[in-house]
Structures are given as structure tokens and as C-alpha cells.
Write a protein that binds this ligand. Structure first.
Ligand code: AGP
Length: 611
């Protein structure tokens, strides 16, 4: 996730901006830069890698200036290089911009600006901003107005900081769909994309809202909206300790990341749906080549594998091509039936999982086309696969994957629909059209946000079940893929034995496990098989197991369950993304009630870079 900081005061601005930036390092980044006024222009010093590499560049030469903005970049458009690092300057070198977010219409804006003669030096979407502001400065001498005029042309999300010789001793900031705060001190002001960065210096902050534009000097903050109308915001007194603030006030990164899921889903969709058509960059596959694939192997580990299980069903439903989801550590030793007519889809949050990398290399050697779904830009998998689609979920710190999983499900849907549209297969097995699925994808962020409101009920259920020692998750169809992921969530953070089964398998053995105290969590979100699922749950209830059912709101809740978790209805393939939210929260609160080390569970690593 990108981080922005800045300081407006009397001196020492660069040091304070970079020290503040260090407090955002937990968010993950791959390049860094700082901008400050020097000799009637704006100097910019940037570096790929970490803040210390930038400090090495400045060592002993840190100019003593009163204004500076700094930025750590989590690459989304353009590789993590010095040239792509922020801040970015205009042609004149008199202004620089640091930006968090994604500018969806940067392509047409860049073309328009280049036709006007503006020269670009990076691959980033951000670089259109300084040139837009420079363009509008030819129409108004008011820098704040030039910033507002520029932002009115932008589609997408932004938190920006602008430093310019036109606004000596001050900084202009603005936000839309990406956080930004202003730290208030006597005779100086700080800016940051997150509260932890300013905590050591101030207790009071102004939390900007979407559409706010702020002109900041050491003594004043002048707020307006994007149209120029004055805006008032009251300061907030921050009571957090720094360690809490890095988690946004949540007790654990995992809980913070669950609550980031609406934004993660929104970002996975961002810039990828135009009039019901799916637009995916980074996949050099022509419609003829899409038609030539005769089978698909989805290869991954852990949570990513569980996303692949859903992908198997969805691709077979939409594309009618045989598709298998395989654990990476098995794939490479199975003498896989893979050739130039096979699409091998590799899913990985980190892009560094050794088993998945080895599987990709095996698939390439056998002539397959390898396509990666990855969260970390510039990771090994992203660089070596034939094509890559980024989940854009932002850095995931908790070892237990949550928001990245939902983003993987979204990208799998985008890919399957894109493939169907490329080959003209617009309908699914159940007759629903791709456009129905596209419209439901657009609703997914709000559906996920709605389910999060039910957290208090989930927590009280977790408190009741936290002392149990055996959990069985049951599902059919898409719900089985979700059950597999839900079981992993619980076992990896609470250390409770938890397994998932295809519900129809219960009578073929696992039913012997049922006795008082065993908890069975049924997922009943698939109209086609719900009746059978409810029968399975009744068999459990008849043997005095404890039954929890995750069901679609409005669905008749049949007898045989002790606790119910209703969730909103959507297309069958999207229900695992919605059902997973309460099940992640349930796992979290059970583990928390047991006093477990949730963000770093015993024996586990966030990225398993060894086989
Ligand atoms: C999931 O919560 C675990 N952290 C683990 O199963 C993880 O999904 C697996 O190691 C794969 O990691 P990757 O997505 O980074 O490849």
C-alpha cells in the first residue's frame, strides 16, 4: 500500500517527512521518494527499494528546508523502479505530486497531455497529475484552483500531496477513496495517508473526507470541496498508541484486513469493467488463442488453492473446458498432462511460494501458457509467468489470508467472464448471462460491507464455541470450496482441529465423528443442493452435534440447526465471497477468545518460500 507524508514548518522538513514515512513501512512498499523546494525549483530524490536506500542517497546532504513531501510506493501501474517512484514532476520542474490510489482514465489523459506537448518520464498513472496541474496553471494563477480543475478530470481514487514553487512554504492535499490526514501543531503541520505517521508529533488531526482539498501553511489549513466551496472539518483527538494505530485501531492486522475487504473487492474490480465488458491488462492472449485452450490446470497452495477450487467450477460452467484445481506441491511431481493447449493458472498472494513457482516452471517447460493471479507486484511469479493479473488488494500483513482471498475470487470471475466474452460464450450452464454476473460483481463491495455489520453476533457465537475441539465444515458445489477455506482459517489461527468435507461424503465415514460437542458448520447458499445440505445437517443434529448454518437471507431455515448466520443472496459463484466474511470473523474471534497469536500463528509464515 502506498504511503504519503509531508511536513510544513520552519526547518527539518525532509527528516520529519522521512521519519514519518518509516512509520508507514508496515504497509509494504517497493520504492520511495521525497520532494522539496530548492533554488526556485522542486528537487526530487527517489530510489527503488527501502527508505534506507534513499537516506543513503541523502546522507550528509539533507538540505534544511521548511517544506517536504515523501512517498512509499506499492506498485500498481509500472514496475517498482526509481523512474516510477513518486513524487512525479511537471515539465517545468516547479511542482511535484505524490499520489496514493489508481487513476482509471490515465490513458486518455496522458494522450491528451502528450498531444499538448507534455513529456512523460514514467509508466505510472500518477504522472498525469503534475502535468494536468501544469496545464491548468496556464488558465489560473491559483494553484489550489489548478489542483481542483485537474482532479475534476480524474476518474478513480486518490490521496495526493502537491508541493510547488507557486505555493512557497505550503502544500496542497486532496483525497477521494484513499485516506489522508493533517496533523495539527503550533507553527507546523504534517500530512499523512495514515494516523501512525503523525502520532509522535501531534495529538489532533483533521481527517479529510472524499472530495476535500486542503491548502496548508505552517499556521493555517484552508479546506474546500472539489468545486471550490469552503468546507469545515473539526479536529479529532487521537488516543491510540502507535502500535495500535498501525492496525488502524484494530487489535490485529487480520481483523483490520477483514474490514478492508469491501475496499479490496472494489480495488480488484477497479478499472476492469466497462459497459459490462471486462478489460484485463497484462494478458497477451488473442480470441483465437483463448479458443485454442483445451484444458485448464489451476495450481496453487493453501487459501489460493481454495480460490482455485471455485475457479474450476466457474470456468467449467462458463467456458465448458475441462478444468482441474491442483495443489502445487502435487502438480509438479505428478507428470502432469500439460502441453501447449493447456492454460495453467497460478494463484498466489505473495507470488513467492516455492511450490507454486516450481509448478509454473514445470508447466512452462511442458509448453503450457502460464497466467498468474498475484497480489504482490513485481514478485517472482508475476515476473516469470506468461501473463499476470494483479488482485490489487494492497499488502496483506496477517499470515491468515483474508482480503487477498476475496480479491482472488473477484479476479477469477473477471478472468472467466473475460474469456467467455472473448470467445462469445455469454451464458452459463444455469442460463444466467455474463452480464448478470458482472452486475452482481459490481454489488459485491456493498454486500461484503453489509455482512461486516453482523460482527457483534458472530463474536457472541464465537464466545460460545471457543472451547470446542472439533469443527467440521460442510458444503456442496461452490459451498464446498468455501468450506475448505473456512476450515483452514479456523485451524491456522486457533489451532483447533477443523476439517471440510463435501456434505454428501458425511455418510461415507465422517458421520462417525459426530457426538455431543462436535461443531458442524454447514454452508447453505446453493439453491441447487440446499435441500440435500439441510438433510445432512439434520443427520448431525440427530446425533447431538452442534449445528451452525450459513444461509441465504429469506431462505426457509429448516429444523436441525442451533445457530444461523444469514447472508445476502447473489449468484451461486459469488456466495463463497460473501459467506467467507462471517466465517473469517468467526475464526478470528474464536482464536482471540483462546488468546492465540493471531497475526503470526505458530509454525507458519506469510510466504512459504521453501518447498
Ligand atoms: C492462508 O491463510 C495461508 N497463509 C497459506 O495457506 C497461504 O494461502 C499459502 O501459503 C499460499 O500463499 P500464497 O498465496 O502467497 O502463494
Amino acid at each position: 500500500m502506498c504511503g504519503i507524508t509531508g511536513f510544513v514548518g520552519s526547518d527539518g522538513a525532509i527528516q520529519i517527512a522521512l521519519e514519518s514515512l518509516k512509520r508507514l513501512e508496515y504497509r509494504g512498499y517497493d520504492s520511495v521518494g521525497v520532494a522539496y523546494p530548492q533554488n526556485n525549483h522542486i528537487a526530487v530524490v527517489r530510489s527503488a527499494g527501502k527508505i534506507n536506500r534513499l537516506l543513503d542517497r541523502l546522507d550528509g546532504e539533507v538540505p534544511d528546508v521548511a517544506v517536504a513531501i515523501a512517498h512509499t510506493r506499492w506498485a500498481t501501474h509500472g514496475q517498482p523502479t526509481e523512474a516510477n517512484a513518486h513524487p512525479h514532476r511537471d515539465c517545468s520542474g516547479e511542482l511535484a505530486v505524490a499520489h496514493n490510489g489508481i487513476i482509471e482514465n490515465y490513458d486518455p489523459l496522458r494522450d491528451e497531455l502528450q498531444r499538448m506537448g507534455h513529456r512523460f518520464s514514467s509508466e505510472t498513472d500518477t504522472e498525469v497529475l503534475p502535468h494536468l496541474i501544469e496545464h491548468y496553471l496556464s488558465k489560473t494563477s491559483d494553484l489550489v484552483e489548478a489542483v481542483r480543475l485537474s482532479l475534476r478530470r480524474v476518474e478513480g481514487s486518490y490521496a495526493i500531496a502537491v508541493v510547488s514553487t507557486r505555493y512557497p512554504g505550503g502544500v496542497i492535499v486532496a483525497r477521494k477513496d484513499s485516506p489522508l490526514v493533517i496533523g495539527l501543531a503550533e507553527g507546523s503541520k504534517l500530512i499523512a495517508s495514515d494516523i501512525p505517521a503523525v502520532l509522535p508529533y501531534v495529538k489532533d488531526v483533521l481527517i479529510l473526507e472524499d472530495g476535500d482539498v486542503a491548502a496548508i501553511t505552517p499556521e493555517t489549513v484552508t479546506l474546500s470541496d472539489i468545486s471550490g466551496k469552503a468546507v469545515h472539518r473539526s479536529p479529532t483527538r487521537v488516543g491510540w498508541r502507535i502500535e495500535e494505530a498501525e492496525k488502524g485501531g484494530y487489535s490485529h492486522y487480520m481483523l483490520k484486513e477483514i474490514h478492508e475487504e469491501p475496499a479490496a473487492v472494489r480495488n480488484a474490480l477497479r478499472g476492469r469493467i466497462y459497459n459490462d465488458r471486462i478489460k484485463l491488462e497484462g494478458i497477451p492472449i488473442t480470441p483465437a488463442e483463448w479458443r485454442r485452450f483445451e484444458r485448464v490446470e489451476i495450481v496453487a497452495c493453501g487459501t489460493a488453492y481454495h480460490a482455485g477450487l471455485l475457479g474450476k467450477r466457474l470456468i467449467e460452467q462458463l467456458i465448458r473446458v475441462p478444468t482441474e484445481a491442483v495443489v502445487a506441491s502435487e502438480f509438479r511431481y505428478s507428470d502432469p498432462l500439460v502441453d501447449e493447449k493447456t492454460l495453467v493458472l497460478l494463484i498466489s498472494q505473495s507470488g513467492e511460494t516455492a511450490d507454486t513457482l516450481a509448478a509454473m516452471r514445470e508447466a512452462k517447460q511442458r509448453g503450457a501458457y502460464t497466467l498468474a493471479i498475484v497480489n504482490v507486484m513485481g514478485s517472482t511469479l508475476a515476473r516469470e509467468a506468461g501473463g499476470v493479473i494483479y488482485t490489487q488488494a494492497g499488502p496483506e500483513i496477517g499470515v491468515a489470508s483474508t482480503k487477498a482471498y476475496l480479491a482472488q475470487l473477484v479476479v477469477i470471475h473477471l478472468l472467466a467472464i473475460h474469456w467467455a466474452q472473448q470467445i462469445g460464450a455469454p451464458s452459463m450452464g444455469d442460463g444466467a448471462s455474463c452480464s448478470v454476473l458482472v452486475n452482481e460483481l459490481k454489488r459485491l463491495p456493498e454486500l461484503v460491507a453489509g455482512v461486516l455489520q453482523g460482527e457483534p453476533c458472530i463474536k457472541s457465537l464465537a464466545d460460545r464455541l471457543a472451547d470446542r475441539s472439533c469443527f467440521i465444515y460442510l458444503g456442496r458445489g461452490y459451498d464446498f470450496a468455501a468450506a475448505m477455506e473456512a476450515a483452514l482459517k479456523l485451524k491456522e489461527i486457533s489451532y483447533i482441529h477443523a476439517e471440510a468435507y463435501a456434505a454428501g461424503e458425511m455418510k461415507h465415514g465422517p458421520l462417525a465423528l459426530i457426538e455431543p460437542g462436535v461443531v458442524v458448520i454447514g454452508l447453505a447458499t446453493q439453491p441447487l443442493t440446499n435441500a440435500k445440505l439441510w438433510s445432512n445437517l439434520k443427520e448431525v443434529k440427530a446425533r447431538n452435534g452442534t449445528v451452525v448454518v450459513v444461509h441465504t437471507e429469506g431462505e426457509a431455515v429448516q429444523g436441525g440447526s442451533d445457530y444461523q448466520i444469514p447472508i445476502p443472496s447473489a449468484s451461486p459463484s459469488l456466495m463463497p465471497a460473501i459467506a467467507m466474511v462471517p466465517l473469517q470473523l468467526l475464526a478470528y474471534h474464536i482464536a482471540n477468545a483462546r488468546g492465540c497469536q493471531i497475526d503470526q500463528p505458530r509454525n507458519l509464515a506469510k510466504s512459504v518460500t521453501v518447498e
